[in-house]
Design a protein around this ligand. Sequence first.
Ligand code: ATP
Length: 249
Amino acid sequence: MSHIPTSHPRYVSLMTRETLSRALKQGLVHETGLIAHGRGEAFDYLLGETTIPEANEAAKVAAAALLSATNPVISINGNVAALAAKECIVLADRIPAKLEVNLFHRTQARVNRIAVLLRKHGASTVYGVNPTAKIPGLAHDRALCDRRGIFSADVALVPLEDGDRCEALRAMGKSVIAIDLNPLSRTAKAASITIVDNVTRAIPRIDYWVQELSDAKKSDLSNLVRSWDNKKNLGMVLAFLSKRLNSLS
Ligand code: ATP
């Protein structure tokens, strides 16, 4: 790994790039994952590389939805595995939820490598390695999933999802939680709950709320989820960005 001094003002961001670059060489991340990261990074810069109050609120409601679910599933792609594998495993154990490898550019070799990484970090069962179902309405291998996992999930947490698949999951009647730094993406708009934050901060934030809400009454959890207005929250994120940019200009 290149030597980046901790005193560098862009230390965290540069280290994240290093992590992804290494994960690309290890065959965990697809090359387009680096480009997707670049788009996310640009939005993170605009947000101030911090969890804004709107994202914290969305993470709280996401935790309530996951705790209320019958079959919650966390979807793992290459970038998520590279940036937040351990955190996803901790969260999955705590809820509890299933972990499923779900790739846009799917190859069996990359699925296997990600599954090995998850197991190495302590995941006992990894779904999606041998797909047994298809998400209706999606062409090609993007549709492949596990019947016991994403296919039958009532709540799916899909960090860094693509818009088509998010829409297809919603069309199946699922509650979809997206983590996406771009509040304007199709994923952000199609999801039931969108957390506009970096996956590296959002997963631990959801985990924090899962712990905080673990003793909450079922009715309180479902009230939190029922009263959530995702469109309104996305509007507030855009207002935050616009105000921040104005203050910087
Ligand atoms: P959509 O199909 O939803 O319109 P897209 O085509 O813009 O999305 P993709 O390339 O499918 O986007 O996925 C990348 C998305 O993931 C981008 O919207 C980007 O903002 C987001 N993203 C990238 N890295 C991160 C990260 N570390 N944390 C959160 N979001 C991220």
